[in-house]
Design a protein around this ligand. Sequence first.
Ligand code: PMV
Length: 361
Amino acid sequence: MRIHPVEASEIFNALPDIGQVTVASPSNIALVKYWGKRPIQLPENPSVSFTLDACRTVTTLSYKKIATPSDQIDFEVLFDGVSKAAFKPKIAKFLERIKEYVPWITAFRFTIDTRNTFPHSSGIASSASGMSALALCLMQLERSVLGKMNEVAFQQKVSYLARLGSGSACRSTLGPMMVWGRHDQLEGSTDQFAVKYPLTIHEVFKSYHDTILLIDKGEKQVSSTVGHDLMHGHPFASQRFEQAHANMNRLITIFAEGDLDGFIEVVESEALTLHAMMMTSLPYFILMKPHTLTVINKVWSYRKTTGAKLCFTLDAGANVHLLYPENEREEIMKFIQSELTQYCQNGHYICDKVGLGAKIV
Ligand code: PMV
């Protein structure tokens, strides 16, 4: 499937002179991890994620037509209402990349006013929520002019554009679960954009909780770009990509049957494999901190003594995502508060849950 660019001439004349659109888009947490890519932002293996709800980026895109469009894309970025030059290079690269699919963007001067509902320096990547928010803003503007896009094609293009900003961003557009990357058992799955998980999802997963323990709020030691690159020539790369396919396969039955023990096994194994890949690359990295390991061990012994269906997953950092079903929320929250939050930096954690994706506000 290919995303077709809109003919510039088809849209230029119809573009509004001035206006704005606001979008709120969530973060997502991968259950099977994407780690390793080929140009441009295409995944080496399929991944599946829970779309989140509380951790969001809210972006207002203001646009004003310019008298003589040039090839340069004219924009400024505000973060929490203050000009943020540091964000410009990444957004400039994104806009350059997507220009061939939305050529009309050169007709405007944009102000991209963005803020996150989660603390800026929390160690939570804002690229997934931020890039998906911006992609939806632009597509909403395109749709307001063309007015005739079918919803499926619209969503595919939002996700396709978001992917070009940050790979995992393509999985934030809809929910509750998104698949990105071709998998032979999942019809409609593609490397080009994420789609809603197409098979049966047991009710238990539709209200799953994710409590994020902020173990270390510092800047990441390794950017995900560098991390993905380290999978080129990695001694275990091909086994890892095969394992991701096999784990996706296992999850098909687990998701359909609500098999929480199976879910725990696949999800924790995926998290540890992601970190194992970093530990066995050259150069090698350890992104977990001592408190990450303490929390993991406490989760394991709590599960052993209580039988609670609590498990963890990790991103490319030290923070721990604790996943558990709604019907165990009260008990598990008591455990988290009494036993685990002491290992969070300044005691900080975020309560999130599965959500439905980016929304126009
Ligand atoms: O989207 P990126 O390039 O920041 O990569 C994200 C990679 C992981 O978060 C570690 C895994 C994933 O699938 O989200």
